[in-house]
Write a protein that binds this ligand. Sequence first.
Ligand code: ZN
Length: 283
Amino acid sequence: MAELIAGKMISVAPGVRRLLAPNPGPFTGPGTNTYILGTDRVAVIDPGPASPKHVQALLEEVGSQIEWILTTHTHADHSPAVKLMLEALDRPIEVIGIPAPQGSNQDLDYSPTLIPSHGYHLETDEFTLEGIFTPGHASNHMCYLLREQKMLFTGDHLMQGSSVIIAPPDGNMGDYMASLELLFQYDIDYFAPAHGHLMEECKKVIEHTRAHRLKREKKVFDLLNIDEGISLADLTAPVYDDVPVFLHPAGQMSLKAHLISLVEQGVGVQKGELWYRVEGVSL
Ligand SMILES: [Zn+2]
């Protein structure tokens, strides 16, 4: 397995290179993976955070060949480098992605030239990319399927080595689960995530992720009571008793997404700060 070393561009598949940004952390794992497609006319997927060092490394390698920049979504570790790239390149580049919704951790400066819809195609002499709309982690999330390699650039829809965070109000668990199911329809050999290594056995990865989420949601539901409400803070420790405490703040965001999902499914109720189970229902 090719190593994840920031600043070192490596080939991960024919016609696909990867450059890791120097932004490791609890939410980003080893950092953000930027993918580079093609050799003569190049497309870049998820240029990453506003890191001059990362942008410089990218432009030194492929600056003169870049024609397209695609983003999976507009969280601060994915799209802010677009602005730095455009300033440095100072020529027209097609920027493909969905604009940022309002909210914290969003790149509100992001200004695409083309907003892809589900099924969007980018065809070049070297490759074909298909856009797949996958809201859930973020409401404006797209994955991109490289037909030739059957490789899906998953952004933050699926990560290797860590769990995806679903942070309401922009993140939505019901949408996330539907977007997971959607991937079963595609012929995919590799997941190329924005965080972590390439993944194989993609159907198994989807099934495992789905089962993990449903198990967590059942755990949340089982901790709810009909008469006595419980707060998000009090639910966090018992729901994540299998996860290190330092990850609980991140888990609490996804916990809220699970609670909202239970309400949307008609089996949970929120009253003020407290959450309850609906009488006579099961999950
Ligand atoms: Zn994200």
